[in-house]
Write a protein that binds this ligand. Sequence first.
Ligand code: ZN
Length: 193
Amino acid sequence: MVKIFTEKSGKRMFFVNHAGKSRLNSMLQPLVTADMLLKINDDGLSYIDDFQDVQVYKKINADLFALSYATYVLALADASIHDNQVDPALFAFLEKTLLLMEEGLDYEVLTNIFEIQILSRFGVILNLHECCFCHRVGLPFDYSFRYSGVLCPDHYDRDERRAHWHPNVLYLLDQFQAVRFIELETISPQAEM
Ligand SMILES: [Zn+2]
């Protein structure tokens, strides 16, 4: 049995005969994408009829750190949807994230973006963009758990137990929350306030 995240049918379990000897063997590894012809049974086991364009992520697999981040991203995606739940947006975001890791973009940054995006799918939207009190933007903010949002320097005193995080971290998290695919390649962790 193998679990595959498909674009059109969500997460599914597939039955494979004699996996060790099968032509499918090359594909039945973690972290592989392919175009597959599938026989989907909603009530029982599903089968892989045929496949092509197998893509392995060579650079990720060759780098232990990149591999552990990629594995974590896959686990997050796995945990965030139910079996058989179709989610082409998550599929596309996952595929894009892995592709950018493979191309050598900073895997820590990519993983942060992925985490923030997954959080927002669960309805957790943190206000990291404007001060909870005066709604000004672009200031060296600190985070307040009490208000679930950021405070500007003029309003730091509204929460005596504010987080004392570096403003740069909050700036980046705010960027990650709003990021779209097209922007992924231009995000840099060196952005300065
Ligand atoms: Zn303020």
